[in-house]
Design a protein around this ligand. Structure first.
Ligand code: NAP
Ligand code: ZN
Ligand code: ZN
Length: 350
């Protein structure tokens, strides 16, 4: 077993605090990783506070992990000691169902194993995430990190990056397509960078007027304050695709009205409370589609990392120490994230 220092929420109300636990001994295909950086996803906050009503305490969040391999099991072939690697939201799945066979482990029909708040398929124990010094993961769920990118800026790609990359690819973002990204937080800023790199015309929708210049710097061709009806009106019936990253319940109708015939709005934001149902006729009359999308499979996550390596894309980060996590959550609640907090895990080793 490996002694591990982490931070955990003990219940839905408690702030995160130091928590010691042990990682399992290496199984044949396991890799032991010393964690260097872990991104702070809004899903961490949702789950630390049981906003999705499925948290098993203690919760050790963290699924945007970059670290170095320090040991490998006897059967490991894909990674070796010293490799810079990443772990995202998945650490296992059944590997036999139709979705797993297609490389869509996130839709595993027998339930994927989350990096935290998941159930280990062998022991039935709750999994603990990357707000911790070290990790033991099956090699099949460990990603290669391109060596030309800043490792701290890579960490958020493991969730925010893939969660926006996957729907952009699924719905064909590229040259000649008008793509909107709604919300400029961790996911949104990656959505802007990736859609721009794919060659789409990118429009960013925000509720925060203070983020307009940043959005343009990040790659948006246009920025719309979504609370301003006249600005919204100017884009009616014009989008091929909208990626909605908003973390809170809101009215979908003003955004659906922006889709052209056959356009799609994909929800990736996962709020505590469902959005009110949108107007049915607004969908019917233009064959518009409302969709959802969950992170991405392992193969697509590697494809995304390689794409980011080729295009020099990383997340814009604000580095924090583990001890400042509760303050970071407070700022996240106020949409004051520019544009991803990343924990320097060395702060846990002092
Ligand atoms: P984040 O950094 O907190 O960004 C969320 C953004 O949404 C905010 O910056 C803000 O952007 C906007 N927003 C927040 N509250 C709002 C409100 N009441 N009305 C309108 N806009 C609001 O969060 P994140 O880490 O990007 O995550 C976003 C959501 O995606 C979370 O719910 C998370 O759990 C979910 N998620 C889903 C998946 C998936 O696989 N589907 C994966 C990861 C995360 P502006 O200031 O620009 O308005
Ligand atoms: Zn996440
Ligand atoms: Zn499966």
């Amino acid at each position: 077993m490996y002694k591990t220092h982490g931070y955990a929420a003990q219940n839905a109300q408690s702030p995160l605090a130091p928590f010691q636990f042990e990682r399992r001994n290496l199984r044949e295909h396991d890799v032991h990783i010393d964690v260097m950086f872990c991104g702070v996803c809004h899903s961490d906050l949702h789950q630390a506070r049981n906003e999705w009503s499925n948290s098993v305490y203690p919760v050790v969040p963290g699924h945007e992990i970059v670290g170095r391999v320090t040991e490998v099991g006897s059967g490991v072939t894909r990674h070796k000691v010293g490799d810079l690697v990443g772990v995202g939201c998945l650490v296992d799945s059944c590997r036999t169902c139709a979705s797993c066979q297609e490389g869509l482990e996130q839709y595993c029909e027998n339930g994927f194993v989350g990096t935290y708040n998941g159930v280990d398929r062998v022991t039935g124990e709750t999994t603990y995430g990357g707000y911790s010094t070290n990790l033991v993961v099956d090699e099949a769920f460990v990603l290669r990190v391109p060596d030309n990118l800043d490792p701290a800026g890579v960490a958020p790609l493991l969730c925010a990056g893939i969660t926006t990359y996957s729907p952009l690819r699924t719905w064909g973002a590229g040259p000649g397509k008008k793509v909107g990204v709604i919300g400029l937080g961790g996911l949104g800023h990656m959505g802007v960078k990736l859609a721009r790199a794919m060659g789409a015309h990118v429009v960013l929708f925000t509720t925060s007027a203070s983020k307009i210049e940043d959005a343009k710097r990040l790659g948006a061709h246009e920025v719309v304050i979504s609370k301003h009806a006249d600005e919204m009106q100017a884009h009616q019936n014009s989008f091929d695709l909208l990626i909605n990253t908003v973390s809170a319940q809101h009215d979908l109708n003003p955004f659906i009205a922006l889709l052209k015939r056959d356009g799609t709005m994909t929800l990736v934001g996962a709020p505590e409370h469902d959005h009110p149902s949108p107007q049915v006729f607004s969908l019917i009359m233009k064959r518009r589609r409302l969709a959802g999308s969950l992170i991405g499979g392992i193969a697509e996550t590697q494809e995304m990392l390689d794409f980011c390596g080729q295009h020099g894309i990383t997340s814009d980060i604000e580095m924090i120490s583990m001890q400042n996590i509760n303050e970071a959550y407070g700022r996240m609640m106020k949409s004051d994230v520019k544009y991803r907090f990343v924990i320097d895990i060395n702060s846990l080793r002092q």
